[in-house]
Design a protein around this ligand. Sequence first.
Ligand code: NAD
Length: 377
Amino acid sequence: MKEKELPQSRNRRRFIKGITCALGTAALGAPLLSYGESLAGTRKPQNKKLGIALVGLGNYSTNQLAPALQETEKCYLAGVVTGSPPKAEEWKKKYSIPGRNIYSYDTYDQIKDNPDIDIIYVVLPNAMHAEYTIRAAEAGKHVICEKPMATSEEDCARMIEACKRNNRKLSVGYRLHFEPHNQRVMELGQQQVFGKVKKIDGAHSFVVSNDPDRWRLNKKLSGGGPLMDVGIYCVQAACYTTGETPVAVTAKFGEVTRPVYFDEVEQSVSWQLEFPGGAVANGSSSYNENKNFLYGEAEEGWWRLQPAYSYSGIEGRTSKGPMNYPQVNQQARQMDAFAECVLENRESRVPGEMGMRDVRILMAIYEAARTGKRVLI
Ligand code: NAD
């Protein structure tokens, strides 16, 4: 059977059924359910989209999220939070955002009085995620927080607690859970379509620029180097291939060839994760080369995505032939799926607990690389 025929299989239908909440029925073409009193504090007319406010108007907000919000069906760009008055003016005009929905970091907490904003999307440097997520929850807003969820497991726990206490939903910006090739990898691994998974290899690296990405090289703001930024995708991929959380890790830092840039964070790191089902995942990440792939090997077959983690152009094959899935707007799907979870009072497929698990794994990788020891997770 050709690879492209497999998605129609009964296995796939069963798998999809199991993850429908997470994916959001929007992604699968089903209609929006009606809703009312029972929704966690959000009562909007059935046909009204939820309002999202982006916090931090850097690269990702500007070039990916705002354009994606022009394609979403369940949510729209209702507001922004920025420290830059010229940017506020530019966004106001470009996206017809009313002045009342534009906030600075000083006026951020006043967002609690704004019924136009249902969801706050935190797109700030990593070390700021915790504070802005917690303040969003205290303001009564649901939250999407970018990856990595925070720079410590303790911060993740505080974020989850704040959202729970305020009865708000929390989700992490893990867009690849809404991308068809990566979804197929989840299915191949978790459903053991080719038998038990034995080995996973993945790398995600890029050459970091000095400016304007300076915070990425500043440990206080980033929490770490390429591992925190893009290596996290390989860690995620290993977990969603197996459907498991690793039990142990060994790791080592790579050589520093550009000490002027890498005096605070690692230039590169590689690791090996051990999973309870017996799979082993080798990963690596660097700020000094370009790599982007995910490979999986099971008892009776293999699969490979390359590129695996990009915003578009993801391609894959398996031992049965080429994968043949559409290119989608990952961010639009991700935000629509979260809006559906809010509207239907369901948990996100990529909840805070998953973000916290991943930060725990990242910290264990750092500890293993620092100590040279095998670290239990
Ligand atoms: P960026 O540097 O382009 O933008 C960061 C924004 O934060 C800027 O608007 C900046 O003005 C603002 N900011 C506020 N306080 C700041 C401070 N003290 N120092 C520095 N900047 C400050 O970064 P980005 O690439 O947009 O990344 C933002 C977040 O989004 C990061 O957590 C990153 O990991 C995440 N991200 C996710 C994806 C994804 O595919 N999911 C892609 C890119 C970035």
